[in-house]
Each structure stands twice: as C-alpha cells, then as structure tokens.
Design a protein. Structure first.
Length: 127
C-alpha cells in the first residue's frame, strides 16, 4: 500500500507498506522532515527505515493484551500490525497517521481527539 505519513495535515514522507506484515518497505519520497517523529535519523535526506519501522511497530496494541486474539479474529486480521495499518496508524498519544494515497481523508475527519471511536471496533477491543 502506498501512503503518506502525516503529522496532522502536514505530509512527512511517502512510504510503501507491505499489506501482509504492515512493515514499511520503502521510503519513496521525503516531504516535510521537520515533522518526523522524534528520534528518527534523516541525515542522508531520507529517514532511516529501521528506526521508522521501530517507531511504527511501537504504535501497535501489544499482542499480550487480554482478548486481542478474539478481537483480531472478529476483525479478520492476523496480527496487531495489520490492525494498526487498517486503522491508519491512529493513536491517542500523538497526531501521526497514515494517509493512503488513493484517499481524500483529512485529519479532521478521522482523528480520535475530535471524532469518536467506531462502536463496533470499540466493543470488540474493549468489551
């Protein structure tokens, strides 16, 4: 999946994410590197892919979380990394998200600070 890492409305980098593993396979274009998550090296002009993946995977719901296996089955995904990718990488801890290149989504329409969680997903994850 080709998408853009966003910091609210600022495009940070364009990336390619593997659909099966949700890993960042390639950084295809640097856009606004000043908005990168803290700790990601970009001295070469392109963010360090390993550090970017560590940050990205750190956003996942832990696989040890109670009830996560049942939730993944109900949502038809195999692992928490896929769930994170399907939810645009949204988090309540910051303003980063992944915008698929084939969408016109806006931060104001999907962020958890101004919009409620899906009741279906919330019920599956939180009971």
């Amino acid at each position: 999946m080709q998408c853009t890492l966003m910091n609210k409305n600022a495009p940070v980098v364009q990336i390619l994410i593997d659909d099966d593993t949700a890993a960042i396979v390639k950084v295809t274009k640097a856009l606004e590197l000043a908005y990168l998550p803290i700790g990601i090296d970009y001295r070469t002009g392109i963010p360090n892919k390993k550090e970017l993946n560590e940050w990205w995977y750190g956003r996942c719901i832990p696989a040890s979380r109670s009830g996560i296996r049942e939730a993944l089955e109900k949502l038809d995904v195999s692992h928490t990394e896929q769930l994170m990718a399907k939810c645009y990488g949204l988090s309540l801890s910051d303003q980063y998200w992944m915008k698929p290149d084939n969408t016109t989504l806006e931060w104001s329409n999907i962020n958890f600070f101004e919009n409620s969680f899906s009741d279906d997903v919330g019920n599956i994850l939180f009971g």
